[in-house]
Design a protein around this ligand. Sequence first.
Ligand SMILES: *Cc1c(COP(=O)(O)O)cnc(C)c1O
Length: 436
Amino acid sequence: MNFYSTNSPTVEVPFKEAVFNSLPQDRGLYMPVSIPQLDAGFIENLDKYSLSEIAFEVAKTLLSDSVAEDDLKAIINDAINFEAPVVKLEEDVYVLELFHGPSLAFKDFGARFMSRIMSYFLRDGEQLLDVLVATSGDTGGAVALGFLGVPNTRVTILFPKGKVSPIQEQQLTTNGKNIRAIEVDGTFDDCQALVKQAFTDAELNKKFRLTSANSINIARLIPQTFYYFNAYAQLLRQGKTEVTFCVPSGNFGNIGAGLLAWKLGLPVKQFIAATNANDTVPAFLNTGVYEPKPSVQTLSNAMDVGNPSNWVRIAEMFKGDTAELKQLVQGVSYTDAQTIEAINQVYSQYNYVVCPHTAIAWKALKDYQAGHPDDKSAGVFLATAHACKFPDVFPDEIHAAIVVPESVKEMQGKLPVVSTMGNDFDGFKWWLMENA
Ligand SMILES: *Cc1c(COP(=O)(O)O)cnc(C)c1O
């Protein structure tokens, strides 16, 4: 399968090039030139397959001519080595837990698959691949742990000083090996600006083979379709054939993957895009006007995005049929006060702790179900991260109920290694040259 840029549909590149470029020169986004339908017999019998078998079938449909099948299978088994269970909370309300990977967020699916795909395409003797990534928290952890120990790669993570949670910071700074962490005295935007400038710096590009690992890489989108199919498989086992997915959304990569799964043939009745106050997409779905805005800070900060970078992909999939898109996808937005209220309600109703992003999705699902009593589909809201990554938002009683995974306790015993710098590019460049 070749991939085209949404800005120049006639120019196609092979998968390898789409992965290493990340972003096409023309600033569009890569999309597969065609989206084939999976075999109907496979979909009907999804309940008979495991997550890794499902992942292989789906990936093969898009990538069989780009990655040898045995290698693809090995990459999937190595990358997706954790579960994505669907847990029933009440009749027709299920949570899809996507936080069982090493960084405790759904971004592990994309980051781990992408890192192994990049490593696969790096031939013996090729120059070391230098991955630069700016993070506000979750992306950096997933990318660091995704690339940890992957041969012929090195990751440099920039994060804003004092603006990530303690567990997030440990995930960035305690890895060692091929992972380096830099604490920048500045904001996330400063970190992003430093990375962007590095990509345009002639001297750095001459010396290093630089690549970015941001969420618009097509190799991060594809593996995120796997858990939608696998969630459906689990519902089939419970006798459910109709499903509504409710997705906490920021850059719209996660729900974009869900819509790609739908295009590939997954029967989904309804998608709900749930956002915080950064409501660019819900506003568009309700009014028809797409108006990007500066992001505003909220408690669900992994979704503080005013101009979602993956939206272009979704628009592309529904090109010329906005009516279909509006019917399939509902958009809703909630305030911080509603987020806290939802965290409390989920805890008191099910004795279950959700992170602030997940809380918004639960509320959106419940409000949708209340407004559509005739819709008997199983409602699944996506739990995008483990609550322990966002300790500051919880009232004491709920905070105390969070069960911190063993992996976090192990990490807490390790010594952090971190470089610190200001937000000026000269300092960053000097550091990269000195630490070549
Ligand atoms: C990244 C992230 C999101 C937003 O996902 P998008 O794919 O950017 O829409 C939601 N919740 C958590 C916990 C995240 O880390």
